[in-house]
Design a protein around this ligand. Structure first.
Ligand code: GTR
Length: 384
């Protein structure tokens, strides 16, 4: 339904590196009062909260953390497509707040082979459901491959918490559980709502005897990749965060105005970001932040970013630069061996560092088995 607008904008988008404005980015290590930030203490007590607050106010809106009750109930509606490999838990997660309640569905596969507790990978799924009700698409969510490698894996559909639609996005948790968010310029929108869903999935994992939630990865592609990054900034329980081709409003630097821009995304998807973010339509240079700062909020936990060469709309170079600059928190504050020294133009193979990783592959915008395979090598090292 959004195709005409974004197709039109893709034609006007800048793909010429020589037209990218000179990058002037806010400094990660200078606080708003001008203090130089050098220690973990000052980062965590001063600078990180400032940056978090900026994103909450100006970009994504708040993800409310409060509710009165959460409960989990197992349903039995679908046939397990991998009966040999896994047990399928269809979990109805019901959250209550001020007498209202909402139920979201989580699909979790737990390996039959191997020794529990298992590390877990959660995919935020915004793709259309299949008419036959099937739960996975081979490459987008390669359930069998993940199970064979000893992971439990789960996903929930974005629309189970907030429809991906400008008119109806509030018809999930926003109007039901958090109606006060609806009027606020920094209120909860769709990307944050999906993140809230991921956090409720984590609530289920942490109490599950067969899941090792300390070994957890949150995965999102594209719009769900944007959501995954903001989720992980809010919720430190995710050990690894993987953004696949998240682009504008995700991993990519907005101030480059390469490919998709703030104005284009806010016009095509007015329900993703908060109202304040619309002030920056056509005015990226006035943003008091950029996406390298979002990535910095995930440190010292592991962060993985992936791009595709055929996905210039998401600005692969802007994604890499953002990771490169944002990772300075990993190196300079947390003393991790996570410095990306390679120039973007010289990258030929995946770069897997102590706590951060990147790859760029041939081909178009998509979450493919190739992406998963490379990411899983990184994850295996982190979880070792
Ligand atoms: C596009 C949008 C991108 C990206 C993508 C997707 O239309 O412009 O920001 O999120 O959709 O989610 O696949």
């Amino acid at each position: 339904t959004f195709l005409p607008i974004s197709a039109m904008s893709q034609n006007n988008a800048n793909y010429d590196e020589s037209k990218v404005p000179p990058l002037v980015l806010p400094d990660l290590f200078v606080s708003e009062s001008g203090q130089i930030i050098e220690s973990v203490e000052d980062w965590e007590a001063i600078r990180r909260p400032e940056i978090f607050q900026l994103f909450q106010q100006e970009v994504y809106g708040e993800i409310p953390k409060d509710f009165d009750k959460i409960s989990f109930q197992l349903a039995q509606e679908s046939t397990n497509p991998y009966p040999e490999l896994a047990n399928l838990e269809e979990v109805d997660i019901t959250v209550e707040r001020y007498g209202n309640s909402l139920t979201m569905r989580l699909n979790l596969f737990i390996p039959k082979e191997g020794k529990a507790p298992f590390p877990v990978i959660l995919l935020i799924n915004h793709r259309p459901k299949y008419p036959d009700g099937s739960l996975s698409e081979e490459e987008y969510w390669p359930v069998d491959e993940l199970l064979k490698r000893g992971y439990a894996t789960a996903s929930f559909h974005a629309e189970t918490v907030a429809p991906d639609n400008a008119e109806t996005f509030q018809n999930g948790i926003i109007s039901t559980l958090y109606p006060e968010q609806m009027e606020k310029p920094d209120g909860l929108k769709a990307l944050g709502a999906w993140g809230w869903g991921a956090m409720r999935a984590m609530d289920y994992f942490v109490q599950h005897p067969e899941i090792d939630a300390s070994k957890s990865a949150l995965v999102g592609h594209s719009r769900s990749g944007k959501s995954a990054l903001w989720t992980s900034a809010n919720d430190p329980r995710w050990a690894i965060t993987y953004s696949n081709e998240s682009g504008c409003g995700g991993a990519a630097l907005s101030k480059r105005k390469y490919g998709e821009t703030v104005q284009v995304i806010n016009t095509a998807f007015p329900h993703w970001f908060d109202e304040n973010f619309k002030k920056y339509n056509g005015a990226e240079e006035t943003l008091p932040l950029d996406q390298h700062m979002l990535l910095s909020l995930i440190a010292p936990r592991a962060l993985y970013v992936a791009s595709a060469k055929g996905d210039q709309w998401a600005d692969p170079k802007g994604e890499y630069l953002s990771l490169q600059i944002g990772s300075r928190v990993q190196t300079d504050i947390y003393q991790k061996d996570s410095g990306f020294e390679t120039d973007f133009e010289s990258i030929i193979e995946p770069i897997h560092l102590e706590n951060a990783g990147y790859h760029i592959r041939e081909g178009k915008h998509s979450l493919k088995w190739e992406d998963w395979g490379i990411f899983l090598e990184f994850a295996a090292k982190i979880f070792q």
